[in-house]
Write a protein that binds this ligand. Structure first.
Ligand code: 5GP
Length: 195
């Protein structure tokens, strides 16, 4: 019995601990395929073009939007982010579950294209903890941190639009929750092919 891969969207306010969580989930689920997004955001230290993101300048990003190369895109924290159709198709062709890390607008747009997508919102345990994590990370300046905190509060208001909410209190537990969600989704009656 063959089952098509799931499309899984995860959204999280920055500082919610998404990177650590997904590292654990990817270790446990070797077959998970992840899209590499395009962005106009400047490269952070240690980031590699084509691996962490496809880094594009704004005019190139906008040109690709105009010719319909994006499955979804959005402006997040003042920069453009998007999923190229070619990238999504490449992952879907693998037959594996495909993971997309999108903001809330991206989730809404992708769900229009793929109503069957499984959507997960990752919550920090509290706003205080979120602020502490953003400061500790040290990748962003004070103004950037303030902007990300404001956006986080706004994003959290949309959490009930998602199929699932995971609170990232203890990362091992949160990763277990995400793996359990994907496993259960594979067993949903409409996904299991008839014998
Ligand atoms: P960062 O700048 O910290 O790498 O990413 C900031 C946020 O951009 C992520 O948390 C995620 O919500 C959003 N993002 C990353 N890639 C995409 C994408 O391809 N599409 C959309 N809509 N949002 C994205």
């Amino acid at each position: 019995m063959t089952q098509p891969g799931l499309i899984v969207v995860i959204s999280a306010p920055s500082g919610a601990g998404k990177l650590t969580l997904l590292t654990k989930v990817r270790e446990a689920c070797r077959d998970l395929s992840s899209t590499v997004s395009a962005t106009t955001r400047p490269k952070r230290q240690g980031e590699v073009d084509g691996k962490h993101y496809h880094f594009l300048d704004r005019s190139e990003f906008e040109r690709r939007v105009a010719v319909g190369e994006f499955a979804e895109w959005a402006e997040v924290h003042g920069n453009l982010y998007g999923t190229l159709r070619s990238e999504l198709d490449r992952c879907l062709r693998s037959g594996h579950d495909v993971l997309l890390e999108l903001d809330v607008q991206g989730m809404r747009n992708l769900r229009r294209l793929y109503p069957d997508a499984v959507t997960i919102f990752l919550m920090p345990p509290s706003l205080e903890e979120l602020e502490r994590r953003l400061r500790k990370r040290g990748t962003d300046g004070a103004a950037e941190i303030a902007l990300r905190l404001r956006n986080a509060q706004e994003e959290m208001l949309a959490r009930n639009e998602f199929d699932y909410i995971i609170v990232n209190e203890v990362v091992e537990r949160a990763a277990g929750d995400m793996i359990a969600i994907m496993r259960a989704e594979h067993c949903r009656s409409h996904r299991v092919a008839p014998i």
